[in-house]
Design a protein around this ligand. Structure first.
Ligand SMILES: NC(=O)c1ccc[n+]([C@@H]2O[C@H](COP(=O)([O-])OP(=O)(O)OC[C@H]3O[C@@H](n4cnc5c(N)ncnc54)[C@H](OP(=O)(O)O)[C@@H]3O)[C@@H](O)[C@H]2O)c1
Length: 298
């Protein structure tokens, strides 16, 4: 270990080893705090600039200096690259001169393969590379840190990436570069699209004059049912019953701006229910109808 204060964490798995964080945002700071808790020593933080707000805040949280990306590799065993996806390859390029021989550079992007670090692969064959994507949503460093233990994580590249994931309490699984985009699409649907759908629930509930909170136990129970029964087994409601009239009445009352999402999800529900149900084909045709009956605006 070089360039650091005395290692923290006693006999923890990462004890005696140093890391730097490039990209001190939500995910990077969550992972950096988890590494520190596992005994790794934070040595440097590099963001868009040493005086950028996220860089200064994370440097304080990790109790280490803010540096330039070009200096972040100096004296560390591990560099975590947690910039926005579009900046990962540039960061790798900037890191080329400073990374120590034998050190590991890992990015956190779900949709990118290890090849996103190609400038390092080309210029520094003495450096180990990997990708570690925690399959979790980290809306802030604090929540991210709480949610990492027990989360799954897609790992690729150097074998130490899997060991580090285990140290963070993650459940690693290998994922080759050529399947990461599809995997990440599933993750986006699982997290962001579910949240977007709940935004629709919030709007329609408001139009109905019922508090959004009243729907949350229903949301939680539906999710619990999926865990126990799988998605198809958990499906209830008018589409699963083939109850076309109810669906038609929903569409008639919904604001026009809510109908596309409602139709799209009704089609998905129908796909899940299978086409054996009587009326299903007619329901699909109705959902594809271009013209809508007059509706109330919300
Ligand atoms: N958040 C999640 O739930 C989550 C989950 C899994 C994986 N990830 C992955 O983690 C990575 C970061 O995502 P995030 O959500 O943490 O984003 P974020 O909160 O926007 O953080 C990005 C950080 O990188 C800094 N940055 C921007 N451009 C940079 C550059 N060229 N060089 C150095 N630092 C730069 C930003 O600085 P400023 O603050 O100054 O803009 C910010 O500190 C992405 O690859 C993402 O796919 C995120």
């Amino acid at each position: 270990v070089t360039g650091a204060d005395a290692p923290r964490g006693g006999g923890a798995p990462g004890a005696g080893r140093a890391f730097a964080l490039v990209g001190p945002g939500r995910a990077g700071t969550s992972v950096a705090l988890a590494l520190a808790a596992a005994g790794w020593t934070p040595v440097a933080v590099a963001g868009r600039a040493p005086d950028a707000e996220s860089t200064r805040t994370t440097a304080v949280a990790l109790e280490c200096p803010a540096v330039l990306v070009s200096d972040a590799g100096r004296g560390v065993d591990l560099v975590v690259v947690a910039t926005p996806d579009a900046a990962v390859t540039d960061a790798a390029e900037t890191l080329v001169p400073s990374v120590e021989p034998g050190a590991l550079v890992v990015h956190l992007a779900g949709s990118l393969g290890v090849d996103a670090l190609s400038p390092l692969a080309a210029a520094r064959p003495d450096v180990r590379l990997g990708a570690l994507h925690p399959l979790q949503t980290m809306p802030s460093a604090r929540l991210g840190l709480e949610r990492l233990p027990g989360s799954w994580a897609a790992v690729a590249g150097d074998p130490e990436v899997e060991a580090i994931a285990v140290q963070l309490g993650l459940r690693p699984f290998p994922l080759p570069d050529n399947r990461r985009v599809l995997y990440h699409a599933a993750a986006v649907v699982a997290s962001n699209h579910v949240v977007a759908l709940l935004g629709q629930v919030e709007r329609i509930a408001r139009a109905a004059g019922v508090p959004f909170e009243a729907f949350l136990p229903l949301v939680e129970a539906s999710l619990d049912n999926v865990v126990v029964l799988g998605a198809a087994g958990a499906l209830t409601g008018p589409v699963a019953r083939g109850d076309l009239g109810t669906v038609e009445r929903h569409l008639a009352e919904l604001a026009p701006s809510e109908r596309d999402a409602y139709r799209a999800m009704a089609r998905e529900a129908l796909r899940l229910a299978g086409r054996r149900r009587s009326g299903a084909d007619r329901l699909l045709r109705d959902l594809d109808r271009p013209a809508d009956p007059p509706a109330r605006e919300t």
